[in-house]
Write a protein that binds this ligand. Structure first.
Ligand SMILES: [Zn+2]
Length: 519
């Protein structure tokens, strides 16, 4: 095996396991899982009439893999899952003797990966399954054992961590927590909606009447988030540069969907929709001239200072796409060359490809991006990663660490404690190995680190209503809290578990919206 000559012992262990039985190989990003796939394909393919099938979740990964396998001259059919399933069902592709699932953690619920597994299960000829992932956990850090079992059942495969694999501590990035002051005296949601509507009102006649709802809907979703996370300046930049492009991309997606379904009997055609969407350019030209200056939140100020002081290029991840473009402009204004990259719903493919190319060529300092970029795209030049928002998936920590390849790489968390995330990642690996207990996982879930006021009275003389669960736009997670019947301000209740087995809990309180003064 010419390309397998330099395989590491753990890679050989994985191939040996895959040759014997169906396995899900759980290894960190950047440890050569593609080589494991290639060696397994080579080992199992001689004498077989059909090529092995390699399925990957995205177009970008498909292109990357096709190039790799062409280079090593290995015969394999690479495709995205929906197209592969269609080819199998229509008989265009004969059932393969081996299916390799890249980023196999997707194989849950109604993902097309599951469809491929079901199709294969109906075949009479024997076949082999190989799954590859950096973390078998899909979604949040909860019920790891259940998730492992569900994935194994869907694939008919066992989770496997090569026994000789050990993370080289020299190659691990260094993690830091970024401290910043929280914004105080936050405005109420309804006030920000009012300011947004008042600001946009004089320009709305420039938009086609039937598209105005899309703009209101988008600001309703994001204006408050942007205001409270980035400050009034960030909110202004969002209205100037972020709003219309996001609305246009969303509508373009809708137009494409309509075209794909051959839907419009009497409704607008794709061409009509696209030309209406293009008319929003006029609105954009006016909005980008919006005058005024606002203030920048302490959190963004901390980001600017951090990026200015850290040698790039680097990635700034935000969970909410509305934040990407305003942050890009704030960074630009402070002398940092930044680009914003978002998923298909918020940015055209061409614009995304162009931005990624510029980043790969080190033509920009920073890429501000949503987690849609997390998977697959290999950003070898990256010297630091910033997690600006709270992220709820373990994958974000594990994948994000794999994004950086240089030995002096640094990872910064704004909302999370890196030590906790490292502990979680370690528990994922130990669960994959079958070493961690469910109790250990549960205990890790219960960790809490924020402090607040001892009594609710300290938050001011408000008329607190009932306790409810609401979404916190700043940290990007839900919380329990109460609203004041008089002024509409909101408090958050933090339950801190302590004592042996963390059985006791103590409550503290934080003001989330509004002021201590009840007005
Ligand atoms: Zn009040």
């Amino acid at each position: 095996m010419p390309f397998g000559l330099n395989a590491r012992p753990y890679q050989i262990e994985a191939v040996e396991a895959a040759v014997k039985e169906n396995v899900i190989v759980n290894l960190p990003t950047g440890t050569g899982k593609t080589l494991i796939a290639a060696m397994t394909i080579e080992a199992l393919s001689p004498g077989s009439e059909t090529p092995a099938l390699l399925v990957v979740p995205t177009q970008a990964l498909m292109d990357q893999h096709k190039k790799y396998f062409a280079k090593i001259r290995l015969r394999v059919y690479v495709n995205t899952p929906a197209a592969a399933l269609q080819a199998l069902e229509e008989g265009v592709m004969p059932p393969p003797h081996l299916v390799v699932f890249d980023e196999v953690h997707h194989c849950v619920k109604d993902h097309p990966y599951v469809g491929i597994c079901k199709f294969m299960a109906k075949q009479e000829k024997p076949y082999r399954i190989l799954g590859l992932t950096a973390s078998f956990v899909h979604g949040s850090f909860k019920k790891l054992h259940e998730k492992r079992t569900a994935l194994e059942e869907n694939l008919g495969a066992k989770t496997f961590v090569p026994p000789s694999f050990e993370q080289d501590p020299e190659k691990l990035p260094q993690y830091y927590k970024v401290d910043f002051e929280n914004m105080t005296d936050l405005p109420l949601e309804k006030d920000v909606f009012q300011w947004t509507n008042d600001t946009l009102e004089p320009f709305m006649h420039l938009a086609p009447p039937h598209l105005r709802y899309a703009i209101t809907e988008e600001t309703h979703r994001s204006a408050y988030t942007v205001y409270c996370t980035l400050g009034s300046q960030g909110w202004l930049l969002y209205l100037r540069h972020g709003l219309v492009p996001i609305v246009q991309s969303k509508l373009r997606q809708k137009a494409e969907y309509v075209a794909s379904k051959n839907q419009p009997l009497g409704g607008p055609t794709q061409e009509e929709m696209l030309s209406a969407i293009a008319e929003l350019d006029t609105l954009q030209e006016h909005l980008q001239m919006l005058p005024g200056n606002g203030m920048i939140s302490p959190k963004v100020r901390a980001l600017v200072e951090l990026v200015q002081a850290t040698p790039g290029p680097g990635l700034v991840f935000v969970e909410r796409k509305a934040l990407c473009i305003p942050i890009k402009h704030i960074l630009d204004a402070s002398g940092v060359k930044a680009l914003a990259v978002m998923g298909v719903q918020s940015m055209s493919d061409e614009a995304r490809v162009r931005a990624l190319e510029k980043f790969a060529n080190c033509a920009v300092d920073v890429l501000v991006t949503t987690p849609s970029l997390e998977e697959g795209i290999d950003v070898r030049v990256c010297r630091f990663v910033v997690r600006f928002d709270y992220f709820s998936t373990v994958r974000s920590h594990i994948q994000g660490s794999g994004r950086v390849r240089t030995t002096d790489a640094k990872i910064y968390y704004f909302e999370q404690d890196p030590d906790q995330e490292i502990k979680k990642a370690d528990l994922v690996v130990r669960t994959a190995k079958g070493e961690a207990t469910e109790l250990e996982v549960e205990k890790q879930c219960a960790e809490q680190t924020i402090d607040g006021a001892e009594t609710i009275e300290e938050l001011g003389p408000h008329q607190w209503g009932e306790e409810t669960t609401v979404w916190d736009v700043i940290t990007n997670r839900s919380y329990r809290g109460m609203s004041c019947a008089t002024c509409g301000c909101r408090s958050k209740i933090i339950s801190k578990k302590f004592g042996q087995g963390k059985k006791k809990s103590k409550r503290t309180y934080v003001l989330m919206q509004g002021t201590v003064e009840c007005k």
